[in-house]
Write a protein that binds this ligand. Structure first.
Ligand SMILES: [Zn+2]
Length: 381
């Protein structure tokens, strides 16, 4: 049953200084004072009592088939059917939505080895990310290791780093144009995947670096799958459509599809971590730096749930409206998060840990807007 549990991988990541000359030890968290033990055993009891497997199993296999059929149907309609313009736009919109759904529901669970008890099925579901454009190998280091271990810690969590474009943490440098970020960032969210697919993946694979963190460059089978994924994606996105349509049309539709899925992916992430209620703690002391909190409480205080009663939204975004539960138990499939959220909330209440959930998507969007506006000033309000 220990496979249920999250493992703070604070022991597996090193952070190198910008010069690359020396390696500083990783951030460490405080030992648990009881909360972590109790929460883990309550969740273990839940799975023992219900007889359910923590992985997605049959429920997620069915869901994966539906979403993959949606993806393939949208692609086939867009590329191979002689549709009028409005029909092509509808098919492109559907393809953008389906692509994001593949990431949320299939790849994300697979990448966390929560999709199935079968290793090969987990790898295959994780590889769906490569087919829709991004390397699952790089994602594993960026998301699984850095983001999940060091959520909202500036300099360690790459997901809160937008470069000069925006300021998501109060510990990031203020630039004069950030005063408008609560207005313009929503548009720039639409370009997330362009940089990711065409630049960032390749730079990281060649350098073995994600910002200041080092990771092993892909070799052997990992390198083969990296290249294979890019070949499949570029063939599906450009080569096959260009055999039928003029290239400018192909590029225009590609950009529209990517814009749709980029906005959705960005906004879902921002709802969970960059809202007014999320904490942005900074590590203290000389290396090894310390976070003055136990790891699970750190995850809860840096993450916010939203719209927990919205079943349709929860189905579409792969339970990522339950991000607290996901951060605590990433090896548990998202199909279990609604049940786990009751256990987590009760345990938080007992230990006086702040558990935050926005009642609706709108509340969450508003909170993200306000947070961006707060950080649009040189010093946070
Ligand atoms: Zn995750």
């Amino acid at each position: 049953m220990s496979q249920v549990m999250a493992s703070p991988s604070g022991g597996s990541v090193t952070r190198t200084k910008k010069s690359g000359a020396s390696k500083s030890p990783r951030v460490r968290f405080e030992p648990t004072k009881g909360f972590q033990h109790e929460l883990k055993s309550r969740v273990e009891e839940y799975f023992a009592a219900t007889g359910k497997t923590p992985r997605g199993s049959t429920a997620i296999y069915r869901k994966a088939i539906v979403i993959l059929a949606w993806l393939a149907g949208s692609y086939a309609a867009l590329v191979f059917l002689p549709l009028p313009l409005w029909g092509s736009i509808a098919a492109a919109l559907s393809l953008g939505l389906a692509t994001a759904a593949v990431g949320f529901n299939i790849q994300h669970d697979g990448g966390h080895r929560a999709f199935s008890d079968n290793t090969l099925l987990n790898k295959a579901s994780a590889f769906t990310l490569d087919i829709v454009g991004a390397s699952s190998y790089i994602w594993n280091h960026k998301h699984n290791v850095l983001h999940h271990t060091y959520a909202n810690i500036e300099g360690h969590d790459d997901d809160i780093d937008l470069g000069v474009l925006g300021r998501l943490s109060p510990h990031q440098k203020y630039l004069w144009f950030h005063r408008f970020q609560h207005v313009y960032l929503w548009f720039f969210y639409g370009f997330l995947t362009f940089k990711w697919f065409f630049v960032t993946d390749f730079v990281r694979a060649m350098s073995g670096k994600i910002n200041t963190h080092s990771f092993p460059r892909p070799k052997g089978m990992d390198l083969f799958l990296f290249v294979l994924g890019k070949v499949i994606f570029f063939s599906l996105a450009f080569v096959i459509p260009a055999l039928i349509y003029p290239l400018p049309i192909v590029i225009a539709f590609f950009m529209g599809i990517q814009f749709v899925q980029s906005v959705i992916i960005s906004v879902v992430f921002q709802m969970a971590h960059t809202v007014e209620e999320a904490e942005f703690p900074i590590p203290e002391g000389t290396p090894p730096e310390r976070i003055r909190n136990e790891w699970m409480i750190h995850q809860i205080e840096t993450t916010v749930d939203f719209a927990r009663n919205n079943k349709l939204l929860g189905w579409y975004i792969g339970g990522l409206n339950f991000q607290i539960e996901h951060h605590l138990f990433p090896r548990v499939s998202h199909v279990h998060y609604p049940a786990l959220s009751r256990i987590v909330e009760e345990t938080c209440a007992k230990y006086g840990v702040t558990y935050t959930a926005h009642p609706t998507l709108f509340h969450s969007l508003r909170s993200h807007y306000r947070w961006l506006r707060t950080l649009s000033h040189p010093t946070p309000a």
